[in-house]
Write a protein that binds this ligand. Structure first.
Ligand code: SF4
Length: 326
C-alpha cells in the first residue's frame, strides 16, 4: 500500500485565482454555485422521486436483496460544489405523514427485499428534510427489513440518530460523503467538513454500533486524472481507517451548472473509467471492507470498446467483490 501521511500535505493554496472564477473565500461560494443552477424537477411530496430493487453483496459475502428509495423532501441546506441532488428536492418541508406514505408507495411497487436504503438527496437526520415526528411511522413501515441504510452529512448526526436507531429492529447503517481525503480540495468542495470532523462523526457511529458507509469522489475538480486516482486511493485508506465497512467510489459528473463552468475553465474533467476500475481494485486489495463502483449513468463516461469492457468488469467486481486472478 502506498503510504502518505495526510498530516504532511502542504496547505498552501495550490490554485491560482487566475485559473478559475470559483471564489477563494468560503463565504462567497454559495452564491457562485447557486448562480449557475438550472431548474429543479417538479415533484409531488407524496411520492418518492425514484425507487429501485437491486442486489448488493452484504457484510457476510452473500447477495442481499435491496430496496433503494429516493425520498422526496426539502433541499439540503449545504451547497456542495459538485452536488446535483438539489434537482430532485422541494423548497419546503414535507407535511407530517408524507415520508411514511412515500415509503409505502415505493414498497408496493418493488419486489420483497432484505435491506432498505432510504436516500433523501440530503441528510436523513436533517429535521427540515425528514420530520422527526415521522420516525415512529417510518420505523413501522420498514420493520420487516433486516438492515436500514440512510445517508447523512456528519453535522446532522446526533441524538436524533440514536432515537431512530432505537426504533429499528435491525442494524442501522449511515452513509456519509467523505468526498476526498485531499484537505484542500475537500475545503473547496464547500461541504463544510474537515477530515477531523469526518473522523469524529465516524467515531460517534462506531461508539453506538452504527455501521459506516462512505461515499468517495473519483476526480473532484481541481485535480488531474493522476491526482484524482491517487486521492481516491488515499480516500479509501482514510475511510477504512475511520471504520467504514463499505465504500462507494463515485465518478464526478457534470450537470449542475457549476461543474460545467469549472470544465470550461479547465479545472474539472470527468474521470476515465480505467481510473474507476483501478480505484475499486485498490480498495478491494486492502481487504478491509466492500468497495463498490457507482455505475449510475456510467455509460456517459464510456467512449471506447475498451471502456465498455472495463464497465463489464466493474459490474462483475460490484457483484462478486473479488479481484480476478491475473
Ligand atoms: S451535503 Fe450532500 S446533499 Fe447536501 S449539498 Fe452536499 S452533497 Fe449535496
Amino acid at each position: 500500500m502506498q503510504s502518505v501521511s495526510l498530516a504532511t500535505i502542504s496547505l498552501v493554496p495550490f490554485l491560482s485565482p487566475k485559473m478559475t472564477t470559483y471564489p477563494a473565500r468560503p463565504q462567497d461560494r454559495n452564491a457562485w454555485i447557486l448562480a449557475r443552477r438550472g431548474q429543479k424537477n417538479r415533484l409531488a411530496p407524496s411520492l418518492p422521486y425514484a425507487s429501485l430493487w437491486e442486489e448488493e453483496i452484504g457484510e457476510g459475502g452473500d447477495s442481499v436483496s435491496t430496496a433503494t428509495l429516493f425520498l422526496t423532501n426539502r433541499e439540503c441546506p449545504y451547497r456542495c460544489l459538485m452536488c446535483d441532488l438539489w434537482q430532485n428536492t422541494l423548497d419546503e418541508t414535507v407535511p407530517l405523514g408524507a415520508i411514511p406514505a412515500q415509503i409505502r408507495d415505493a414498497l408496493s411497487t418493488l419486489a420483497p427485499a432484505r435491506q432498505i436504503k432510504l436516500y433523501n438527496a440530503g441528510s436523513f437526520f436533517d429535521p427540515k428534510a425528514i420530520p422527526p415526528d415521522d420516525y415512529p411511522a417510518i420505523a413501522h413501515e420498514i420493520a420487516g427489513f433486516e438492515r436500514v441504510i440512510v445517508e447523512c452529512h456528519p453535522a446532522f448526526l446526533g441524538k436524533r440518530t440514536l432515537t431512530f436507531q432505537q426504533m429499528l429492529k435491525g442494524p442501522l447503517e449511515v452513509a456519509m460523503g467523505l468526498e476526498t481525503a485531499h484537505p484542500q480540495v475537500l475545503e473547496m468542495l464547500n461541504k463544510r467538513i474537515t477530515l477531523d470532523s469526518f473522523r469524529k462523526a465516524a467515531a460517534t457511529l462506531a461508539k453506538n454500533s452504527i455501521a459506516l458507509r462512505v461515499f468517495i469522489l473519483l476526480r473532484p475538480p481541481f485535480l488531474s486524472e493522476e491526482e484524482g486516482l491517487f486521492w481516491a486511493k488515499r480516500s479509501l485508506d482514510f475511510a477504512f481507517e475511520c471504520g467504514a465497512s463499505v465504500c462507494c467510489v463515485i465518478p464526478v459528473r457534470g450537470g449542475n451548472g457549476a461543474m460545467e463552468q469549472l470544465s470550461a475553465e479547465g479545472v474539472y474533467s470527468p474521470p476515465r473509467i480505467a481510473s474507476l476500475e483501478e480505484a475499486v481494485l485498490y480498495g478491494l486489495s486492502l481487504g478491509q471492507g466492500r468497495v463498490f463502483a457507482d455505475l449510475w449513468d456510467i455509460e456517459r463516461f464510456a467512449e471506447t470498446p475498451e471502456d465498455h469492457a472495463t464497465l463489464s468488469r466493474l459490474d462483475h467486481l460490484n457483484r462478486t467483490q473479488r479481484i480476478p486472478n491475473t
